[in-house]
Design a binder for this molecule. Structure first.
Ligand SMILES: [Zn+2]
Length: 365
């Protein structure tokens, strides 16, 4: 067809199985994933003015077709550009659209984080500093951002324990940005943000979920196999953590996975229910935003929130080190009764931070 598909850029992941006059049959690369997962991300060149179909072998998309980008940095769902179901889509390329990126959701790479980090360092240079928590096996520097209020208590924010869960990164941006722009509400805390736990995985376009022998969110064991988890555990040991917050995305779509949910730690049920209600009320105030209903939280023993594996997760470790509040937030990739956009995700992260300020304010009463 004269159309070129490639994955040679950060986050790229695709295998081209075959090509015909209509388009392509594709498969996501599982790499070292145990079982199946659904992340993919590829670039198309040379399709300007044409309508092309892309077909997968299994369900790998949500309700709005693929995430689409023309620069690999800014993404949105573009359902108006062609037909789609959960395993195929057609896309009508504009006459001058020579390079287009497609993904199962809205990717978020290190380059995108740099734009955010540089912005907050410029705006809040008096308290924000960046350091390197770890150097990855492939030589990448794992960024750690701290808003240092000179406080004796801490809030931690972590993301990408499962590297494909990129939609959560936009929520993290909104959350941390709110904490800086409302710094009086958080002045009793230092805030520590680890935006890419599995940085190599994120940049290489791995799934990361159920990575063999176990993934990063099951590595909170006595002798972690990933150096970044060793470093993060050492770092956390030096803090007095009030709120331990870990950001994720759930399964592809369906049931609770279409809604915002908190995965409730068994030791923190009542506290998480309290926070969940605050978050529900805060998101209700934002017309057209991503709602947290508090009706889709995952209780201990329910769905994937059970079994020995949970004892080795980041949030369980947060409880072990004595954090008063431990929250693991699952942000839907697509949403059922609302639309997921970059802006909406950031605002939903802002609402999370505002809810936390309300909760922590009550703590001090
Ligand atoms: Zn996850």
């Amino acid at each position: 067809m004269g159309i070129c598909i490639d994955k040679e850029y950060p986050g790229g992941n695709i295998e081209v199985l075959s090509e015909d006059e209509d388009g392509f049959t594709l498969k996501q690369e599982l790499r070292d994933t145990e079982g199946d997962w659904f992340y993919w991300n590829f670039r198309v060149k040379g399709a300007a003015g044409r309508t092309v179909s892309f077909r997968f072998l299994s369900d790998v998309m949500g309700y709005w077709g693929p995430g689409v980008s023309n620069d690999g940095i800014r993404w949105q769902y573009r359902p108006e550009r062609g037909a789609h179901d959960h395993r195929s889509f057609t896309y009508k390329f504009d006459p001058d659209e020579n390079e287009t990126y497609f993904s199962m959701a809205l990717p978020y790479q290190l380059s995108r984080f740099r734009l955010f980090a540089d912005g907050i360092k410029a705006a809040y240079g008096d308290i924000v500093r960046e350091s390197v928590l770890d150097v990855t096996p492939e030589g990448r520097k794992v960024p750690l951002i701290v808003a240092d209020n000179g406080a004796d208590r801490d809030i931690t924010l972590s993301c990408r324990h499962h590297c494909c869960e990129s939609v959560a990164s936009y929520v993290l941006e909104g959350c941390f940005g709110y904490m800086l722009s409302h710094r009086d509400d958080f002045s009793r805390f230092n805030i520590h943000m680890l935006p890419f736990v599995d940085l190599d995985g994120a940049e290489n376009g791995d799934q990361g979920k159920n990575r063999r022998p176990h993934d990063h969110n099951r590595d909170y064991i006595d002798r972690p196999v990933y150096s970044v988890i060793r470093r993060w555990k050492e770092y956390l040991a030096g803090l007095h953590v009030s709120a331990f917050c870990d950001f994720h995305d759930p399964w592809l779509y369906g049931y609770d996975h279409d809604y915002s949910s908190l995965v409730i730690n068994a030791a923190k049920v009542a506290d998480t229910e309290r926070f969940s209600r605050i978050y529900r009320d805060v998101t209700r105030e934002r017309a057209g935003g991503i709602p947290h209903t508090a009706g889709h939280d995952i209780y201990p023993g329910q769905d994937f929130n059970k079994g020995d594996g949970r004892k080795r997760s980041a949030s369980s470790y947060g409880a072990d080190i004595g954090a008063e509040h431990v929250f693991s937030l699952e942000t839907p990739y697509f949403g059922r009764d609302f639309t997921v956009t970059e802006k909406g995700l950031r605002e939903y992260g802002e609402d999370f931070a505002r809810s936390l300020a309300i909760l922590l304010g009550k703590d001090s009463d």
